[in-house]
Structures are given as C-alpha cells and as structure tokens.
Design a protein around this ligand. Structure first.
Ligand code: MSP
Length: 656
C-alpha cells in the first residue's frame, strides 16, 4: 500500500545574522513533527532553507565589505553557520532551499511573469513607508505610533516605480478562508488578521523594487527586482520542483500539510501567500500554524538589544536532546514563552535526570542485579497491582497522537511524563528490593514488576524519539527493545517486549546539573563568544567635518626626547615624562599609556608631542602638552601605540 504523504515546512531564515534560540525553536518543533509523522508511517517531506535576498542583506554585505553572495554564503555554509546548526541540532530536513539557488531564481521569474500576464501584477508608483529590517511596506495609517507595526522600529519614506499585486481582488476569498475554514491556527490569530488587515481594507501589494539590486531581477523589466517576500513564499513550491527541473515532487507533495511560522509572519502566510496561489490557480496549503515567540527578559530576542541566546553554547553545555526537549516541553507552541537558563536547567534536572533518567537506570540496574541482565519467565499480570500502570501506558499512544495532531507538543510530552511518573511510583509501591529478599517465592512476581517497568519505558521511549532522537534510541537499546519492539504499532501494543528480554546497561543519559556552576559557566561561555564575535581589529571612523589649513597649522607638533619616565603615584594609567623639546628647558607631560609601556623602556626614545596645548593638571601634577599615539581596538579592547620617531630626528624638530 502506498504511504500517506506529509509535507511540512519551516520559514526560510534570513541569513543576515547568526541564528538564535528563537529560530532554533521553530526548526526543532518542525523536526519533531516530521519525525513523528515518519514514525507513524507517513512519507514525509520536511523543507527548510534560507531567504537570501533583500535590502537588509545588501546593506549588511556592504558594511562588511564583501559581496552579498559571499555574505550569505558565510552565514549559511560557514563555520557555525545555519547548516552547521541544523546538523548539530539533529534536524532531519529532507531538503534545504537557498533562494539564491539557480533553479529557484528562474522559477520565480516565471512565476512573476505569469502573475503579470494574468493581469494580477501591474505597474504603478509606490509611495509610503518601508521597514527595512522586516522588508515590509506600510501605509501611514497602518503604522503604530509612527513605527513599524510588526517590530516597532523606525520606518523610512519610500517612493519608486514599482509593480503591484492585486491583493485587494482576493479580500473576500481570503476572509472566507480565514473565518470559515481551519486554514489558520491557532484560532486567535484569525481574529488578528481579519480585524487588523482585512476589515480595514486590503490594499494592493508592492511586489518589486528598483532602489537596490540584491534580488531576483524581473526579466521583462530590467531595473526591477522581485519583492523578497514573493521570492521567499514560493520557495515552498519551487523546492518541490514547481516550474523547474531540479526536483520532481511537486505533484507528490503539494499542497503542504502545514507551514509552521512565527506569529509576526502569519500575515504573509495567511493573506498574501494564499492570494498569490489563488492568482496562480494553485492549490492552497492545508494549514498555516502561527507559533508564539520565545521571549527574553519579556521582550523579543534581537541582536540590536544584545540579548540573543546562542544555541551552540546551550547545546554544547547541556546536550542537544536536553535543549530540544526543553523547548518543546516548556512552552505551549501557539503562545509566547519566556526563555531562561534557570528554567532550562530545572527541566533537565526534573524531567530528564530525575524522572526519566532515574527510571531507566533503576530498572536496568535492578534487572542486572536480580536476574543477571536477562528476565526469566514472569508471573501473570496482577490487575490490582499492575492494572493502572498497564492501562496508562497501553493507551498512551492514542492520547499522544491526539496532541501531536494538534501540534500540542507540550501536552504530548506531558502525557508521556504521566506514564514515567506512574512507573516511578510503581517501583516504590512494589518495592522490588523487598521481593528480592526471597527470590524463590517472589522471583516470578519480581520478573513481572521488571517487565512492566521495561514496557512502560519502551513505549515512552518510542514516543519520545521525535523529541530526543538520540537519547530515546539509547533508552530503547538499554531496555532491550530492538527494531520490531520500537515501531509505531508496537507503541500501542503492551506486551511486545519478549518475556525473556536482555537489558543492556549503558551510560547515564541525563546527569543532574549543578545549577550554580552551570549558570556561571554559561555566563563565561557567552562572554567569551561575545568577545570572539567582535571584529579582530577596529579603527575609529574618519571625521567628515573639514578643518581649514590655517587652523590645522596652529597646532605645534614637535619631536621630543625622553630624558626620564616615571609611574605616577596612585594612578594605573599615567606615566610622567621629562622631555627635551629642543628649547633648553625640560618639559613635563603626563600620558595615559601605563597599560601598554614600561617607563624604563621609553627612556632615550624620540616621540611626537603637541606642545602648544594649555597646561592641564592630572593627579595634582602639571602636564604641558600631549604625546601622540595611534589608537585602535582589538577584540573590543583599546590599544595605544606611541609614535616613536627615528633617533636621527633632533629634539625640537617641527612636524609638518
Ligand atoms: N525570511 C522570513 C521567512 C520567510 S518564509 C517564506 C523570516 N525569516 S527570519 O529569519 O526572520 O525568521 C524565521 C522564523 O524565526 C520566523 O518564523 C520567526 O517568527 C522565527 N523567530 C525569530 N525569532 C523568534 C523567537 N524569539 N521565538 C520564536 N520564533 C522566532 O521571517
């Protein structure tokens, strides 16, 4: 029988900065869903990728002094880039699209032409506001307090010749789609879209730009590039082979079963995207799910606020599975949640170390201790003592499935942890250590108790594989659950494990974390990462204000020879110089360079000083002039280098 298909996508990420834990959240959720569907027997297509065009990227590349393509290549393919991150996080995407890929570029040109030829794209003049970070156009009335309604940042005036898409034409159909079907979830997002965007009147959308070039050129009108969101949204179809030869899965997988997207891009996915598909007469995706944001200190994570959390640091410190687990166990997928390292550590310690980790290690070690690692034939089930655990674990898969189908990851995991909690209680109720005192009388009952625990663990571990793939497989291995005991079907079949199963003692999967120590290490690691991310070398920008020549000539720069140099009492910064300035009278200058020089190393050197500054008192001593240094910043730290002149230059020589 042919397998049922399931096509799921993440948004394609802007490679304008390194990704943070908020981006990781969405990709991990999509990965869990894709793995769950594969486990349940579906033929899955899981797509993610990068959205590489637009003014923001062009600007950033210019700032970095490299081409936009080099810039995005670094962030996508470079060390600790996006591809590395998904590999580290064990993301099982089937495909990865980059919107700079040739096949996508030519497909978008064909799509744009088609929309134009069918009359839904026309030429006009765009006048309005533009939010560069969001790559969004706004009308004056849509702004909130004069700022971008999505991100709250400043917008800029924009006026240029542009193509427009007849979004207004589709308003009624979109309203019906949102209000009368389950296209957009959670339901609360429907009201937001209808009240904020559709009811006030959908305006046509500007879909080309002429003021920058880093985009897909409109091939029938050079000078225009396709608006980045049109380019980006169609990735979901071009990555399957729509209007290109690179892939041929479009017929097989389109329409998508679900697009997972963050709440701020729901508008693009639930209004603009279906309207463009309607215009193209293509089937609509079955669902868009707008998940919440991970917040930090109550606000959005953003580089400009300096509060982004590095998933590399967290995964390396706590483990990939622990991080994946935390993200989906802690926050309801449809709402916002507050990220904190304390909560992360607490979840690892309570759920993974205490509940799951302990259940596994106690069970496997007891089977080792009492039965040498292999269970003997056990007694029949005792409904009174075993019934509750057996019933809860046997029905777990159904309850889990119900929650997973609703993308309620937190609830699905809560169901699993009810079974794990019940199993831990079952150990205490049945006190295997007491039964073990009389093996002759209690051996078969003890074997039954152990078997029930292994079964509860096996079923839980199968259903945990979408969330913590590597660790769940370790649990299965340790409980002796081989291939046929770890399938989706077997997760609903209590008693699948062979009666005389052999367990494999293994490593402690989730060691308890010392919160205080871990938080300190985390702080150190993030400080080190911040420092490493600073530019190696920075110099101050040149002044743009001009100074006229006569004014410049009023500064008297002279060569001075160091006769003596001493530290200044109670000052870590200052050195006191006695200088021969060629006048025959010693000159005293204090200079804040003690951090970089030993006084004795400077005696006899010829330096450069400005000698006609008014005298200044520093630490109670007079300074007559200033020694000239070159200044730059290295890894965030200021460095000063005195200008040391050739010894041949006599003291008092004028610099000009
Ligand atoms: N390039 C567009 C998407 C185009 S899809 C056709 C984009 N990229 S993005 O890199 O800015 O964001 C990608 C996704 O990450 C979005 O769904 C966004 O909501 C999500 N997140 C970014 N920060 C987030 C949090 N702090 N928390 C949860 N998700 C977050 O938008």
């Amino acid at each position: 029988m042919e397998k049922k298909r399931f096509y799921i996508t993440t948004p394609i990420y802007y490679p304008s900065d390194k990704l943070h834990i908020g981006h990781t959240y969405c990709t991990v959720a999509t990965d869990a869903m894709a793995r769950y569907k594969r486990l349940a027997g579906y033929d899955v297509m899981f797509l993610t990728g990068t959205d590489e065009h637009g003014q923001k990227i062009e600007d950033k590349a210019r700032e970095a002094g490299i081409s936009p393509q080099q810039f995005v290549d670094n962030i996508v393919r470079g060390d600790r880039g996006i591809l590395d991150l998904w590999k580290l996080m064990n993301i099982s995407n089937d495909r990865f699209i980059r919107t700079t890929d040739d096949y996508h570029v030519s497909a978008i040109q064909k799509i744009f032409k088609k929309l134009h030829d069918n009359g839904d794209i026309y030429k006009g003049t765009y006048k309005g506001k533009y939010c560069k970070p969001c790559e969004s156009f706004w009308t004056e009335s849509q702004l909130v307090d004069g700022k971008c309604p999505d991100c709250g940042r400043e917008v800029q005036d924009a006026e240029e010749e542009a193509y427009f898409f007849r979004l207004s034409k589709y308003a009624d159909r979109i309203q019906h789609l949102l209000e009368d079907t389950d296209f957009l979830e959670p339901r609360s997002r429907v009201n937001e879209m209808v009240n904020n965007f559709i009811k006030p009147g959908l305006e046509d959308l500007c879909v080309s730009r002429t003021s920058f070039t880093w985009g897909i050129p409109v091939d029938f009108d050079p000078g225009h590039v396709v608006y980045v969101w049109v380019d980006a949204l169609f990735n979901y179809t071009t990555a399957l082979g729509f209007l290109n030869e690179k892939y041929d899965d479009y017929e097989k997988f389109w329409p998508a079963d679900v697009h997972f997207v963050g709440k701020e891009i729901v508008r693009f996915h639930s209004i603009i995207w279906p309207a463009m598909l309607m215009s193209m007469e293509m089937p609509l995706p079955k669902k868009v799910f707008g998940h919440g944001w991970l917040l930090l200190d109550g606000g959005k994570m953003s580089k400009s606020k300096g509060n982004v959390v590095d998933p590399y640091i967290l995964a390396e410190m706590f483990g990939v599975d622990a991080l994946r687990f935390f993200l989906l166990r802690t926050f309801p997928f449809g709402s916002d949640g507050s990220f904190s390292n304390e909560a992360l550590i607490q979840t690892i310690n309570v759920d993974l170390a205490n509940d799951l980790g302990n259940l596994l290690s106690r069970t496997v070690s007891m089977v080792g201790k009492y039965f040498g690692g292999q269970l003997p034939e056990h007694q029949a089930e005792d409904p009174e003592r075993d019934g509750e655990l057996v019933a809860l674990a046997s029905s777990l898969r159904d309850r889990y499935e119900e929650q997973m189908e609703r993308f309620a990851f937190q609830n699905a995991l809560a169901e699993i942890f009810k079974v794990i909690g019940r199993a831990n209680k079952y150990i205490d109720e049945n006190a295997p250590w007491v039964l073990a005192k009389d093996m002759e009388a209690n051996g078969p009952r003890l074997a039954r108790v152990m078997y029930n625990l292994l079964e509860a663990l096996r079923i839980s571990a199968i259903l945990l594989t979408p969330f913590i793939p590597a660790s769940a497989n370790q649990v299965l291995r340790q409980t002796g659950a081989d291939g046929s005991c770890s399938t989706w079907d077997s997760a609903a079949a209590w008693g699948t494990l062979p009666k005389t199963v052999t367990v494999q003692r293994g490593a402690n999967l989730f060691p308890r974390i010392d919160a205080e120590k871990a938080l300190k290490e985390l702080e150190e690691a993030s400080q080190a990462a911040k420092k490493a991310a600073l530019p190696d070398l920075e110099t101050e920008p040149q002044l743009t204000e001009k100074v006229d020549f006569d004014t410049f000539c009023k500064s008297d720069f002279r060569a001075v020879k160091v006769k003596d140099c001493q530290p200044v009492k109670k000052s870590e910064k200052l050195l006191k110089f006695t200088l021969d300035d060629g006048t025959g009278t010693d000159r005293q200058i204090l200079s804040g360079i003690a951090k970089w020089y030993k006084p004795e190393d400077l005696i006899g050197k010829t330096l450069m000083a400005i000698v006609n500054l008014p005298p200044r008192k520093m630490m109670g001593q007079e300074s007559n002039g200033m020694l000239i240094s070159a200044v730059h910043t290295e890894k965030g730290e200021e460095c000063l280098n005195l200008l040391i002149l050739d010894d041949k230059i006599p003291a008092g020589a004028k610099m000009c």
